[in-house]
Design a protein. Structure first.
Length: 397
């Protein structure tokens, strides 16, 4: 039955069926109301997930209907592709492996897997993609996964690992026998760089440099007291000497009124950096609006490039907000196919960078999505966006 289902799914994928008719959500373990609440909680911790912090166990729920991520990668899909596309040469395969710990990155593991598979199917090339889900990101777990990948004939590895596990990866004696892409690790954040590794982590410093050009004579910053928040804070004060005041936001912060009311005189006419999660940012924006404070502008990085910010915040409170984004639009048909299989490369950085790695291994001489790779680091461009009419619109400056 499972093979029939995925064969049927492949037909729908290439026939161009829309999302309106098929909701392929792989996590059916909770009711809609609870699921919505969990989504908010997970997004609130996305910045922590990307930078080393372990998600709470409540956020990492097993997927009842998917026992193994490889259940999403049936050979039947490849066979159906071969039948429907005469140009499909089954004698040649693009072999690559995807390794991660779903206990660390939670539901983003399934999203990244779905995005990678849908992208490969959409490229109309033969491929062999295998997933190795690790119990954790320890040295033993990573080395075990690489040994299994090698035994299966995989040399090209997309490894969704956080910064804290980087040394565990490169300590493997046979690491030089692989070609590795790291979606979450920027080379500027680690030591002991390797020539056989492509670093695909987001460059927050680059985004902040672009944002700093929009500031006026004085800047104020709010930042979260988690790993990523501290990294953003350190980069912000280093890049912008005009920051006169920085306010940390703790995890248990319940009231924002006093934090903002007491600095009303400072916020007025200043540029404000929001190095906070989408939930905290929404509260800060709404409070600033309620207090009738008029800053010169409000600036934020990729952390707040999410529809959640739009849904949580009123349109008036979003006025003056500028967000840096490094996710590049790709072929709309491919994006829709990815969405059909439950992936998201419009707003989900983990999935987007994973697909960049998959694309690189398909044709390392000329990648289609992110062709600029300098000294082993993907050079992601930075565009500025405004929140307008419930969506993000690219700014002209």
């Amino acid at each position: 039955m499972r093979y029939i289902l995925y064969s049927f799914l492949a037909v729908l994928l290439f026939a161009g069926c829309g999302q309106d008719y098929y909701d392929l959500d792989f996590d059916k373990s909770s009711k809609t109301k609870k699921k919505k609440k969990a989504k908010t909680k997970a997004h609130d911790r996305l910045d922590e997930t990307i930078d080393n912090s372990t998600m709470d166990q409540d956020d990492v729920k097993p997927h009842d209907d998917v026992e193994d991520a490889n259940d999403l990668l049936d050979e039947t899909l490849l066979q159906k592709q071969s039948i429907d596309n005469p140009s499909f040469d089954s004698s040649v395969k693009n072999k690559m492996a995807l390794i991660y710990s779903s206990k660390t990155i939670g539901k983003y593991a399934i999203n990244a897997t779905s995005s990678a598979m849908a992208y490969l199917l959409s490229r109309n090339q033969p491929f062999d993609l295998e997933v190795f889900d690790m119990p954790a990101q320890t040295t033993y777990d990573i080395q075990t996964a690489l040994k299994k990948a090698k035994a299966s004939g995989h040399e090209n590895i997309v490894a969704i690992l956080t910064n804290s596990s980087y040394n565990n990866l490169i300590s493997y004696n046979d690491i030089d026998n692989f070609n590795i892409y790291l979606p979450l690790i920027n080379k500027s954040n680690v030591l002991n760089l390797k020539d056989n590794i492509i670093y695909g982590g987001l460059d927050y410093a680059k985004q902040l440099k672009v944002l700093s050009r929009q500031t006026v004579e004085q800047s104020v910053e709010y930042y979260s007291l988690n790993t990523l928040g501290k990294i953003l804070h350190d980069n912000t004060v280093k890049i912008d000497p005009k920051v006169k005041y920085s306010q940390p936001i703790g995890k248990g912060q319940n009231s924002y009124n006093s934090l903002i009311s007491t600095k009303k005189w400072l916020l007025k006419g200043s540029s404000i950096y929001l190095n906070t999660s989408s939930v905290s940012s929404s509260i800060i924006l709404s409070t600033i609006k309620a207090k009738k404070i008029r800053p010169a502008n409000i600036l934020s990085t990729q952390v707040n490039y999410t529809p959640m910010l739009l849904s949580l915040t009123g349109a008036n409170a979003l006025r003056g907000l500028t967000i840096a984004n490094s996710i590049k639009p790709i072929d709309p048909a491919i994006s829709e196919n990815i969405a059909l299989l439950g992936g998201d490369i419009w707003f989900n950085w983990i999935s987007y960078s994973t697909v960049v790695g998959v694309d690189y291994f398909l044709d390392s001489n000329k990648p289609k999505i992110e062709p600029n790779i300098r000294d082993g680091q993907v050079d992601f461009d930075v565009k500025l966006y405004k929140a307008t009419d419930g969506s993000f619109v690219q700014s002209s400056f």
